[in-house]
Design a protein around this ligand. Sequence first.
Ligand SMILES: [Zn+2]
Length: 433
Amino acid sequence: MFLLFFVFSGGLFSTACFAQTAPAPAWQQAHSATQGPAYSLTPEKLKRAEALNRDENWLWAIGTAWSLVYPLLFLRLHWAAGLRRFAAGIVSRPWVQGLIFLPLLIIAIRLLSLPLSLAGHHLGLAYGLSIERWPAWFWDWTKGLLVSLAISTLVGSLLFAIVRHSRRRWWLWFWLLSLPLMLAGVFAEPLIIDPLFNHFEPLSRSHPELVAQLERVVERSGERIPPNHMFLMRASEKTTEMNAYVTGFGSSKRVVVWDTSLKKSSQDEVLFIFGHELGHYVLGDVVHGLMMAAVGTLLALWLAFHLVRKLVCLYGASWEVPAVEDWSAVVVLMLVFHVFTLLSDPIDNTISRYIEHRADVYGQEVVHSIVPNPQAAAVHSFQTMGEESLDIPDPNPGMVFWTYSHPPISQRAEFARDYDPWKVGGHSRFFSK
Ligand SMILES: [Zn+2]
């Protein structure tokens, strides 16, 4: 389960940028910090953005509290013990019991958490960010549940097989096993999981002239990205928001651009968006993310080993969780991991914001000499993306620290406007000229 938080969270690797086809207003093309904010919303949009921000913050707070409350409910109300008894009443072999216990537990959790998922999609529809109708949304929810059932049952079965065979060192053996599993997960995600939820096609199929321009950017980077590693995602079937991201590992590594980004951006802006993604690609951010996940997993498993043992010792009798290797202890492990996730989010997100800022710098530098005005292209792309996503210009600093994987859009736009390493005496960070 914890492994899945890392492998399928995707937050560290996915990204954002973008713009639209209209030329940037004159005030946005100015580079001076004295000419007003680099990112702003009309009063009407600002009002809607602030309302959305308030609703999203509430949803985040309730969702976070719920992630701690439901494992406690399963333990204190003996639902976990009841599920284990049910599985044990059918078969005696522990690993086969897991094939009953784990899917039932996942289904129960998903169903209990469904109101929060419904509220999230309702917000998207109400504010016009999502255009996915409810039947399609339910089908996606069902597919997500099936994927979660398959992966959680596999990983949970492996984990508890190891716990049963090595009560003192399971955290180490499972960590060693988690490394190839994480690699396999990152490799397979764009090939198997992502196509279940969205349509992808080679970018060259619908935008051959754009691919030719992107290849100029790739050439300046010194990297080699074959055109068959550039994909278009038909996001407009579900959302009005814009995005692009780098995903995969080895031969599955790829740059994906949402079609919404292409529809609303000028070519210069698309080149900047692509340049940002190229930065992730060239600077090895997927590999860095995997290495961080490996270190984080080792620490989390070691801490979980001690904490779960302590909790079972203290509360096992009242929760009807007799031992660490009992299937009901899965829920104790879940509780511990959810606490870890909440506490580690600020660290993960601080690192992610640094990585995203670095990709912004790279994006602006790599399109220099290809795009006439990289600053204007970047600023306008952020303006359009912020308007489409209803990003408020001044988010709460505490929420930024805890939950933002990217710097606030206003900061990104401001940096892009003022970043000019090509002026006399300036130095670019990633290129000699
Ligand atoms: Zn990014």
